[in-house]
Write a protein that binds this ligand. Structure first.
Ligand SMILES: NC(=O)c1ccc[n+]([C@@H]2O[C@H](COP(=O)([O-])OP(=O)(O)OC[C@H]3O[C@@H](n4cnc5c(N)ncnc54)[C@H](O)[C@@H]3O)[C@@H](O)[C@H]2O)c1
Length: 416
């Protein structure tokens, strides 16, 4: 494939995460945001953001097929909700296969699918259409993770041995849109929504630099999940009110806390452990990621809320609620951290730069839909373990047909 001089990118989905990506394109060379498909006026808002930032002469499109048919579009970033994954990918694949338009590649936000079966279907569709594919897991590209991993492996691991334990957590006080809270639409609760990041970034930290993911083989998964906060009547009522009654955590909760232990073996049979923890009930300053990597004579620790400047506002500063200091901000008073460049620090900028460079060069990115399938397989096994209250050998037999009880609307820890 000839090297593409400039990549024209079209977005499917124009909400919260698409805007993160669009803002990050300010730092991505040789690519333009040229199109957006959204719902209810969101595409017009997102294209206006893209044009005002000068990241491309973006136009709203009425459908995915129309966007694929436009010769200005070379690649699609899928940023619509989880429950639209298959219909979106089917339309992209159909548009390419029927000759309506040409594309080089597709990049898809996490999770690749709500289940292992959906993730596999995404992979099958993109391969059938002959497209390159990138799985958008931003935390693998966060500068603190990339730099920390590189230094730790080159100094610590080279002299004293490989790291054996990686911990990752992601926590905030709850998602911004009702569909995230609905197990069937989202695929689960916080385990599906956020542990996808934690298991993958921890696996990445334990993997030697430059090695492929199959140097570590998952052998066992044990997990726990609870609904600690949002099933309490007061908070369940709050969710119901925010969603015009659609979210009912009194009878159909999703887990708002989950932890998982994934045991791996490396190529020499050594044990490697990932400990992941996530919650929608963390009321701190805002979104918090932590990552740790431990080896025989060294350790790495990252905490995104500790990374930058802090401000203090006295009780007389009674401004409006906002998200100007940090994503999922919970307060505007007292001592508060500022994440000064969220698009960069959370990894979106480097992630998009990498995907653009790979697609322009006609090669697969470092993180593909195959990685998205691997993550979905681990998460589904974690659900099985939490549901059955026991450690599960990986891969379990019924992985490809398994749907978590949360996603079936059949999980209620208070029901006895
Ligand atoms: N990497 C991360 O840290 C991160 C953060 C947030 C969300 N996400 C993922 O990104 C995706 C979107 O999340 P969000 O927070 O932006 O959600 P959102 O609800 O804020 O935005 C969704 C957007 O998709 C549009 N949409 C809905 N149905 C559509 C369809 N059929 N076709 C095209 N557009 C459609 C909506 O109009 C809206 O613009 C989810 O899969 C989520 O898991 C990832």
């Amino acid at each position: 494939m000839a090297r593409k001089q400039r990549l024209g990118v079209g977005f499917v989905g124009a909400g919260f995460v698409a805007r993160f990506h669009i803002r990050s394109f300010v730092g991505v060379r040789d690519a333009d945001v040229r199109g957006v498909v959204g719902r209810g006026g969101t595409a017009e808002e997102a294209t206006a953001i893209a044009r005002s930032l000068g990241v491309g002469d973006a136009q709203p499109f009425g459908s995915i097929t129309e966007m694929v048919a436009d010769p200005a579009i070379d690649a699609i970033w899928i940023c619509s909700p989880n429950f639209t994954r298959i219909e979106v990918m089917e339309e992209i694949a159909h548009a390419v296969e029927s000759g309506a338009g040409e594309l080089i590649g597709v990049a898809c936000e996490k999770p690749l699918g709500r289940t292992s079966a959906e993730a596999r279907r995404m992979l099958e569709l993109v391969e059938r259409a002959g497209l390159l594919h990138g799985y958008l897991e931003n935390q693998l590209f966060a500068p603190a993770v990339v730099r920390g991993k590189s230094i730790l492996w080159s100094r610590g691991a080279s002299l004293t041995g490989a790291p054996f334990l990686a911990r990752a957590t992601e926590e905030h006080s709850g998602p911004h849109m009702p569909w995230f809270w609905d197990g069937s639409l989202q695929g689960g609760g916080v385990l599906n929504d956020m542990m996808c990041h934690s298991v993958e970034v921890a696996r990445f930290l334990l993997t030697p630099p430059g090695a492929s993911r199959d140097v570590l083989t998952p052998v066992r998964v044990s997990a726990h999940m609870s609904c600690l906060k949002w099933q309490q009547p007061h908070y369940a009522d709050q969710l119901s009110a925010q969603s015009d009654g659609a979210t009912d955590y009194r009878t159909r909760p999703s887990e708002d806390f989950a932890r998982a232990l994934v045991e791996y073996r490396d190529a020499d049979g050594n044990e490697r452990v990932v400990e992941a923890s996530t919650s929608w009930c963390y009321v701190g300053a805002g979104l918090r990621h932590t990552m740790e990597l431990l080896g025989p004579e060294y350790s790495l620790s990252v905490n995104t809320l500790d990374a930058g400047p802090k401000v203090f506002f006295s009780r007389k500063v009674t401004g409006e609620a906002g998200e100007d200091l940090v994503e999922k901000q919970n307060a505007e008073m007292g001592l508060m951290p500022i994440v000064s460049d969220e698009e960069s620090e959370y990894g979106y900028l480097a992630e998009n730069r990498h995907m653009v460079q790979a697609f322009r060069a006609g090669r697969q990115p470092d993180e593909t839909f195959m990685d998205g399938v691997a993550v979905a397989d681990l998460l589904m096994t974690a659900y099985m373990s939490a549901e059955q209250g026991k450690t599960i050998a990986f891969p379990p037999k019924n992985l490809e047909t398994f749907v978590p009880a949360v996603a079936r609307g059949e999980w209620n820890p208070k029901a006895g």
